[in-house]
Design a protein around this ligand. Structure first.
Ligand code: SAM
Length: 237
């Protein structure tokens, strides 16, 4: 039997809900309504070491960790309280929901998605986080030139991620013409990444940047042309 979960938070509890975000914006999560807060967001932080280390290195930047597992959010809330960091908020929920309609366009400065579950069986592939509507939301919420970092150890999922990112005209590949790199010097390692490295698995690191704002006009006319059945289906690059 596993150890009993500890529910007490030894300090400030930085957990927030997606309802607080919807309609009020990121600033309300940080107690600064009216102030422009454009956080760095990590989706699926797992044990949270990566987010804690990144936030510790940038104490003046706001960070938001999104994680679907109640247990992982609770454990992270305890670690965060003990860390003394004040620039991180946690939301228990699905990344697709938090970065969906609840999230304003061009309101996130950077996004990290590290080793999201690959669901390798064909019949489970629809459970993968990376689907076209989610990728369109990533492009929509990122500020112009805001970085999007994605990592996976799964070759088939890497092909799917690469195809979806490349097809999204609101994103630009910073590693072009390569779809991804095997190593990115200086990048912090995550807990899962350490295991995959020890097991000798090949890793895939994608890096894109938001281009939606700078191309908003062209993209919106292309999308409305597509919706009305006219226009080219090629990317508006
Ligand atoms: C394979 S683990 C990777 C954890 C961590 N990023 C790392 O690299 O060590 C994937 C994590 O994503 C979380 N997750 C899965 N689907 C999610 C979703 N739709 N939204 C947010 N988190 C999700 C899981 O609960 C799990 O903690």
């Amino acid at each position: 039997m596993g150890r009993a979960l500890k529910y007490d938070i030894p300090g400030e509890d930085w957990r927030r809900s997606v309802d607080e975000l919807a309609g009020h914006g990121w600033a309300s999560l940080f107690g600064e309504p009216g102030m422009p807060v454009r956080p760095v967001v990590e989706i699926g932080f797992g044990r949270g070491e990566f987010l804690l280390e990144l936030a510790g290195k940038h104490p003046d930047q706001a960070f938001v960790g999104v994680e679907v597992s109640f247990k992982r959010v609770l454990k992270m809330a305890r670690r965060l309280a003990r860390s003394g960091l004040r620039n991180v908020r946690l939301i228990e929920g699905r990344g697709q929901v938090v970065l969906g309609p609840a999230c304003e366009p061009a309101s996130v400065s950077e996004i990290w998605i590290n080793f999201s579950d690959p669901w390798p069986k064909e019949k489970h592939a629809r459970r993968r986080l990376f689907q076209a509507p989610f990728v369109a939301d990533l492009a929509r919420v990122l500020v112009a030139s805001g970085p999007l970092h994605v990592a996976t150890d799964d070759a088939s999922y890497a092909r799917q991620i690469g195809a979806l990112l490349e097809a999204e005209p609101g994103l630009e590949n910073r590693f072009a013409p390569e779809p991804y790199r095997r190593e990115v010097p200086g990048r912090l390692h995550t807990a899962y990444e350490e295991s995959w490295r020890e097991a000798g698995r090949a890793l895939h690191f994608f890096e894109y940047r938001g281009a939606f704002e700078s191309r908003r006009g062209a993209l919106e006319s292309r999308r409305s042309a597509l919706e009305s059945g006219g226009g080219s289906s090629g990317p508006a690059r």
